[in-house]
Every structure is written in structure tokens, then in C-alpha cells.
Design a protein around this ligand. Structure first.
Ligand SMILES: Cc1cc2nc3c(=O)[nH]c(=O)nc-3n(C[C@H](O)[C@H](O)[C@H](O)COP(=O)(O)OP(=O)(O)OC[C@H]3O[C@@H](n4cnc5c(N)ncnc54)[C@H](O)[C@@H]3O)c2cc1C
Length: 435
């Protein structure tokens, strides 16, 4: 069976899963391709991967005067960063109450506030570089898919208030139904949440990085890296000798760095966009970003032209579903039966990296820095992680150290066998959504 990244490489590295047919590619300005690496070059920092983690690390390192190159295997922004649901959810994927149970109150509070700082990092860049990315900051609503999940919201609210985070409120079933045209049991509204156009944002981040001196190479998969005595990165036709390397390939690394890859598993996630709705506010009011409490999360929002953008259904097998549209239509029709037959005009998929703790894996091994495994909440955190990596290069490790202290355990089976074992576990949890 092919590995997931082999599937991507078949039609040009990260171009699989119909990114070309996505709503985002149809509505973002295209970026002219950067040339491929075809020389031996030197840099202070060589970043592998042109998603938000890599571009942000590059931008922040270049801003303090370092010579930075980004080596992207496919097209900048065509990984998860440019194809995600665009939901900007403050915090971390692991809920604050569970986080306290895991690491104690003090550490949980510090980690949680990094999740809020991630929002500041992204909004700061949007403002500083005048990034146009259809940003809407009307809030994020987490909806309860089962009556028992409402109690979970009570606990979350208590912990958040204890952390000094005041922007959340609980909505009862009636209040929730005035915002979402579906039958949920209640909601937890975070007024600081929102959504954006992820491809517009990522491509603009690349342009911003270039304006501060970053050199980007595309269509240059890194095939190997040498850890010493000199740090070197090899592509088919070129080589970079660097003082530091940032590994920011997320799901697509393909055994380039097995020591870190064994700590996450890639999961397929799929998104459909309907034709424009007659009454979008009857489906989602106030332009909220919404996701529910199912193990296989449904996430949705409206586009500026009144379409429903719906993400749902997960795939734990390397091959994508044969009929992606039917795959997403199923959960969409369960949540919104009134849209069961609405035409879907765009559909695509991507790979989410998930860790055992649902917390990101960030760190360094000497002068090799890495961050990934945002477990479905990387739209804000990836940019922030890139900034933390750049700060650590300059000796300010405080932010990175917080995450190094919670390094997620390796999945049983290591980088090679972790897939089949985890597939069984994931299928079991997904089944529980139905019970
Ligand atoms: C379908 C989907 C929906 C999602 N929805 C949301 C959401 O609504 N909200 C949210 O917060 N998060 C969401 N996420 C998660 C979020 O998108 C990711 O966590 C985040 O974008 C990861 O950014 P990254 O830069 O680390 O990785 P990526 O954006 O994947 O970038 C990695 C880049 O590295 C390149 N690369 C990899 N290996 C190599 C190599 N060997 N040589 C050269 N280049 C290489 C790849 O081509 C790719 O461009 C979603 C993810 C997916 C897939």
C-alpha cells in the first residue's frame, strides 16, 4: 500500500486531493511559481516546507537579519495551510480542563495563553503586512452534539474563567438554534474566534516573507538532510548548507525525519462547498465559525458569497475516499437535512497531523528546529509556532520550552507501523459518535 505522501507525490508532491479544484484556489490570486533549487547555496536558516509554520519561521528569522531560504516540495500554501477550514479557534485542541488534569494548573494556564497569543501573532501579521484574507472575527461556536456534552461546556467555562479568559459564554439549546439551523443541544461561544481564507493568508505570508528578504524555492522536495558535522539539505538538483534547519513539513515529510514523525499520525479530512444559498443566515447566523463536539468533528461556516463551507468525515486509511463529495455530503446532510440535495460545487481534502495528546509537537535537536501536529487546530498555532522557533534561534527559548516540556509520546509502532495500529483505535472512537 502506498504511503500517504507517496499518494501526494504521484501527481506532484502536495497537489493531490483536488487542491486545484478547491474553492480557495478558485478565489485567491494565483502566485507565480518560484524557481526550483538547482545550485549549491548557503544560508543562516534553511526552512523545509512552505506552509504557515515554515513561512512564519522564515519571516521572523529574516526580520532580525538572518539569511533565510525556504525549500518547498510543491507549491507554497498547497499543504494544510492553504486548504484548511479557515476556522480561527483561540486556544489548543486539548480542552483546558483536560489540560489541567494532564499538566497541572500553572503549566496548563501558560500553555492555554500561548493559544491566545497565537491569535495575536496572526492578527499582528495581518495588520502589519496589510494582508487581505476575508478575515471575519465574529466568534467561534462549539456546538454540543450530545446532551452529555453540555456538561463538558460548564466545566470548560469554569476552567477558562479561572485562567482569566473572559470572552466565552454558554448558549442554551434555543440560543444555539438561532445561530445554527441544526439540532444541537447547546453551545460554547468564544467571541474572539473567527475565520479567514487560508490560501489568501498563506500566499500573502509568503509575499511578506519575501519583502523582508526570504528566498523561496518551489517544486524542490527535500530528499535527505545531513545532521552533521555540517547541516545540509539535499534536493534532486541542489544542496543548502545552513547553520540552522527548520523542519516544517507537517504531514508530508515521508520519513525525512522519523524521530519526529513517529509522534503524529496523518488523518484525511475533507471539505465541500455548496452553491450559494438563498438564505445563508438560516444555516449559520452572524458569520460565525462553527465546529461540533463529535470525535469526527464537523466544522462549517459561510463564505463571503453565501456558500456553506463544510468539513466533515475523517479517513484513517492512506487512500482518499473514492467519491470525496459523497463522503462529505453524508455528515453535511446529517447536520443540515434541509441541504441534503444541494449541489456541491467544490470539494477537496487534506492531511491533518494528530498527536496522542492532541497538543502540538515542537522542539529542537541542536540547531534543527521543528513544529507540527497541531491536531486540527493549526490555523493560528502554525504561524505562532514559526515565530517561537525563530525566537529560539536567537536564544529566547521561553515559548518553545513550554511546548518542549509536553513532547507527545511516540505512537506504538514508530514511524512505519503506527498507521495500522492507530487506524483501529480511531475507528473505534469514530464509532462512538454513532452510539
Ligand atoms: C482539510 C483540513 C482542514 C483543517 N481545518 C482547520 C481549521 O479549520 N482550523 C484550524 O485551526 N486548523 C485546521 N487544519 C489544520 C491546519 O491547517 C494545519 O495544522 C496547519 O496548516 C499546518 O501548517 P504547516 O505549515 O505546519 O503544514 P503545511 O501547511 O502542510 O505545510 C507543510 C509544507 O511542507 C512541504 N513539505 C513537506 N515535506 C517536504 C519536503 N520533504 N521537502 C520540501 N517541502 C516539504 C509541503 O509540501 C507543505 O507545503 C486543517 C487541516 C486540514 C488538512
Amino acid at each position: 500500500m502506498n504511503s500517504i505522501s507517496e499518494l501526494h507525490k504521484e501527481s506532484g508532491f502536495n497537489r493531490e486531493l483536488n487542491m486545484a479544484g478547491s474553492y480557495y484556489v478558485a478565489t485567491a490570486n494565483s502566485r507565480s511559481d518560484s524557481k526550483a533549487l538547482a545550485d549549491d547555496i548557503e544560508a543562516d536558516v534553511c526552512v523545509i516546507g512552505g506552509g504557515c509554520t515554515g513561512l512564519s519561521a522564515a519571516l521572523h528569522a529574516a526580520e532580525v537579519g538572518l539569511k533565510v531560504v525556504v525549500i518547498e516540495g510543491g507549491k507554497v500554501g498547497w499543504g494544510a495551510s492553504g486548504r484548511n477550514g479557515g476556522q480561527l479557534i483561540p486556544g489548543l485542541r486539548k480542552g483546558p480542563t483536560e489540560l489541567v488534569e494532564m499538566v497541572g494548573e500553572e503549566q496548563a494556564r501558560a500553555l492555554f495563553w500561548q493559544g491566545i497569543e497565537a491569535r495575536n501573532t496572526v492578527l499582528g501579521l495581518i495588520s502589519r503586512f496589510a494582508i487581505e484574507c476575508d478575515l471575519v472575527l465574529n466568534g467561534h461556536l462549539n456546538t454540543a452534539a450530545k446532551p452529555s456534552h453540555v456538561k463538558y461546556f460548564d466545566e470548560e467555562l469554569k476552567t477558562l474563567r479561572n485562567f482569566g479568559y473572559e470572552s466565552v459564554e454558554i448558549l442554551d439549546q434555543d440560543e444555539t438554534s438561532t445561530r445554527v439551523g441544526s439540532s444541537y443541544y447547546g453551545g460554547l461561544l468564544d467571541r474572539l474566534g473567527g475565520h479567514y481564507h487560508p490560501l489568501k493568508y498563506t500566499l500573502s505570508l509568503a509575499s511578506a516573507a519575501e519583502t523582508v528578504g526570504v528566498k523561496i524555492y518551489e517544486n524542490s522536495p527535500v530528499l535527505n538532510l545531513s545532521k552533521g558535522p555540517n547541516l545540509e539539505v539535499f534536493t534532486a538538483q541542489g544542496r543548502v548548507r545552513a547553520k540552522r534547519i527548520v523542519v516544517a513539513g507537517d504531514a508530508f515529510l515521508d520519513k525525512l525525519y522519523p524521530e519526529i514523525e513517529k509522534r503524529f499520525i496523518p488523518i484525511g479530512s475533507y471539505i465541500a462547498v455548496t452553491k450559494p444559498l438563498k438564505d445563508p443566515t438560516a444555516i449559520v447566523a452572524n458569520d460565525l465559525a462553527v465546529s461540533d463536539t463529535r470525535f469526527v468533528v464537523n466544522y462549517f461556516r459561510m463564505t463571503p458569497d453565501g456558500r456553506l463551507l463544510f468539513g466533515g468525515g475523517e479517513n484513517y486509511f492512506p487512500k482518499p475516499p473514492r467519491d470525496m463529495e459523497a463522503f462529505v455530503r453524508k455528515p453535511m446532510a446529517e447536520v443540515f437535512p434541509q441541504l441534503a440535495t444541494i449541489p456541491i460545487e467544490y470539494c477537496w481534502g487534506g492531511q491533518v497531523t494528530v498527536t496522542q495528546t492532541r497538543l502540538p509537537h515542537m522542539g529542537r535537536e541542536g540547531e534543527i528546529y521543528f513544529a507540527h501536529g497541531y491536531s486540527g487546530m493549526g490555523a493560528l498555532m502554525s504561524t505562532h509556532a514559526g515565530k517561537l522557533l525563530a525566537e529560539a534561534m536567537l536564544g529566547a527559548d521561553t515559548g518553545l520550552d513550554l511546548f518542549r516540556a509536553i513532547t507527545p509520546p511516540a505512537f506504538p509502532g514508530g514511524a512505519v507501523l503506527r498507521g495500522p495500529l492507530q487506524t483501529l483505535g480511531m475507528l473505534w472512537f469514530a464509532l462512538r459518535d454513532r452510539l
